[in-house]
Ligand binder design. Sequence first.
Ligand SMILES: *[C@@H]1O[C@H](CO)[C@@H](O)[C@H](O)[C@H]1NC(C)=O
Ligand SMILES: *[C@@H]1O[C@H](CO)[C@@H](O)[C@H](O)[C@H]1NC(C)=O
Ligand SMILES: *[C@@H]1O[C@H](CO)[C@@H](O)[C@H](O)[C@H]1NC(C)=O
Ligand SMILES: *[C@@H]1O[C@H](CO)[C@@H](O)[C@H](O)[C@H]1NC(C)=O
Ligand SMILES: *[C@@H]1O[C@H](CO)[C@@H](O)[C@H](O)[C@H]1NC(C)=O
Ligand SMILES: *[C@@H]1O[C@H](CO)[C@@H](O)[C@H](O)[C@H]1NC(C)=O
Ligand SMILES: *[C@@H]1O[C@H](CO)[C@@H](O)[C@H](O)[C@H]1NC(C)=O
Ligand SMILES: *[C@@H]1O[C@H](CO)[C@@H](O)[C@H](O)[C@H]1NC(C)=O
Length: 649
Amino acid sequence: MVHLTQVVFAGLVAWPTIVTAAATGDNKAWPQSVSLKSFIGTEQKIALDGVLANIGPNGTRVPGAGPGIVIASPTKENPNYFYTWTRDAALTYKTLVDEFLFGNKALQPYIEDYIHSQAVLQTVTNPSGKLLPSGAGLGEPKFNADGSRYNGNWGRPQRDGPALRAIALIEYSNYLVKNEEKERVKKVIWPVIANDLAYVGQYWNSTTFDLWEEVSGTSFFTTQSQYRSLVTGSALASSLGLSCDACTTQAPQILCFLNSPAFFDSAKGHLLGNINILSFSRSGIDANTLLGPLAAFDVNAKCDSPTLQPCHSKVLSTFKVLVDTFRDPKLYPINAGIQKTKGVALGRYPEDIYYTGNPWYLITLGAAELLYDAVAQWEKQGFVAVDKTNEGFFKTIYPLARAGTIYRAWPVLNGLSAFSAILSAVTTYADSFVSVVQRYTPASGSLAEQFLKTAPGTPTSADNLTWSFASFLSMTRRRQKQFPTSWVPSSSSSSSLTKVPSTCQATSFKGTYAPALSAGAPNLTITCQSTILFQVNASTYYGENIYLTGNSSDLGNWDLGQAIPMQSSNYTSERPLWFAKVPLTAGENVRYAFVREQDCGQGWIWEDVDVTKGNRTVSVPACVEGEEETVRGETDDAFRGKGGSSGGC
Ligand SMILES: *[C@@H]1O[C@H](CO)[C@@H](O)[C@H](O)[C@H]1NC(C)=O
Ligand SMILES: *[C@@H]1O[C@H](CO)[C@@H](O)[C@H](O)[C@H]1NC(C)=O
Ligand SMILES: *[C@@H]1O[C@H](CO)[C@@H](O)[C@H](O)[C@H]1NC(C)=O
Ligand SMILES: *[C@@H]1O[C@H](CO)[C@@H](O)[C@H](O)[C@H]1NC(C)=O
Ligand SMILES: *[C@@H]1O[C@H](CO)[C@@H](O)[C@H](O)[C@H]1NC(C)=O
Ligand SMILES: *[C@@H]1O[C@H](CO)[C@@H](O)[C@H](O)[C@H]1NC(C)=O
Ligand SMILES: *[C@@H]1O[C@H](CO)[C@@H](O)[C@H](O)[C@H]1NC(C)=O
Ligand SMILES: *[C@@H]1O[C@H](CO)[C@@H](O)[C@H](O)[C@H]1NC(C)=O
């Protein structure tokens, strides 16, 4: 999630205004005299309560949230996270489904509420588009707490949401299928999942905003999660006697892309968080590449699986690069003086300046979880393969490591087993990341989004962040050697979905979409539409946005709460272009106008056109069934009237 106020200027996503970090919660740190085990035991309960307190309708910290709606954080100011993000909600629910499968049956009503809430959200028309006919609306990253559309300017679409939601719902559905509820899955849950899988199959090869909502391109985390959704979707479809053509045709190509050289900087030894970026200067070192393998974890998968598991050589090498980057006290002063063999506080990426760019709880916990995962995978496969790529990772904590394979079955010499020694060193290393979190957790146990990179590491940004709590829960389970159900087809299976094609192709499978009526989605009527590209030259200052509205419900009927936020990704000083592609009902005449949204709460500035008699009109040409997304008409306008001025906030 993130969460920057998305300000777009001159074709680049600009950095947010830095807000003075508001100290959150109490600053009294968790007593260090308490053992790690005891800290984890206490915090595990706080974390589960913390997650549930942020879910409507009964969540004590989020009054007003609808049933099954996960609020990112109860914090409403500096920053306002009182919204539901599709990604955060899905990752949270994946963890809750795991908890349910580990035996917490009391969670079932929450999961059922989630299914219903998502079936409805899928049908909410939003600035990314609609469910029908193209599925475009499924890429919307966030909604208001009551499930209504969020209309502000934002980094959209974000294509990881549908994949992650499908993953969570599929895991739950697999449980129901095994427990004699196959018919209910088929009727109620599958239609929700099928929309999301169709979306992934259709759009995986289109650019997206990343999970931090800042970069438009291709995100490693998104691609990896998309792959998993289609593989598990295909298996669920089979078990229901259905098929998923989007899954079977697209999954191999996503896997090919994921393993392509484009995602790995072999000179520097790390996976790249974002590629296909138009113009950008970042190292590509990004915790996105750590969270992806966590979301793809399968304890039974082999380390050389192209699914890029926690114990994969490239993932371990990336881990080392990421940790070494944040170990630098010039970047994070609180990491000064920590031994090389111990974990440190980790953040999103080294160039981060959001809230001054601090360590995140969920990433530091994610590092521990990744190492527990890897240990479990080595235990399962019975050997550790050290190679040129991951040698550096092993040497940090086990200086004797050399390229070669270390088998569990080797005879123990002088009471020493190299295999056990390595696993034990990695486990100790994992624990040391949890100890970092213990050090910076306030005595109340609340987990914010971040803690300051300077002493004393005060919690900052949003408080009681749902995702932070969820990451604590999953880390704890892995440490206790409790694992989610497997999903990677074994190499001996006949599945072709885990074989990497020899050449990668840019592909897409056109999806069909329908409201999941049995899960409670409203019926939608569909009119054939044609897409109009609205273009307006409007010089804006940093922080100012342009909206489009008009006399059609698709343009919000002059209501600015429903207007279309325009995009500025092609804005240059030569051409200050703002644009929006909007499907409109074929054959209509539509009147429209542009409106400036000023910064600092200074309000709106309408164009100098009389809204009731506004004289800009566009005639929407005839539609072509199945090609509603093709641009069939465009406008070329210049904003009329005065410009705004920055409020300087
Ligand atoms: C977060 O939780 C702590 C501990 O329960 C509480 O004191 C604080 O008010 C909460 N913050 C928010 C924004 O809900
Ligand atoms: C929320 O509270 C209502 C009323 O007590 C109850 O019926 C419902 O099951 C609760 N929902 C969840 C998810 O616990
Ligand atoms: C689409 O797929 C091709 C082939 O793997 C790849 O080279 C390209 O970067 C992808 N583009 C996007 C936007 O995903
Ligand atoms: C949903 O709407 C469509 C189109 O108006 C209609 O054909 C269909 O019967 C409706 N379905 C239900 C279950 O009401
Ligand atoms: C924006 O720029 C890209 C890359 O040059 C181009 O492909 C696209 O058509 C442009 N879009 C608009 C609406 O001008
Ligand atoms: C919008 O304005 C156009 C042009 O005046 C008109 O033809 C059209 O009927 C209006 N649409 C609606 C929904 O009133
Ligand atoms: C539309 O309105 C603007 C502003 O009142 C005026 O300058 C322009 O001439 C009008 N255009 C047409 C085609 O009527
Ligand atoms: C918008 O700017 C472009 C580039 O300067 C120009 O070609 C076009 O005519 C402008 N459009 C209007 C309506 O002024």
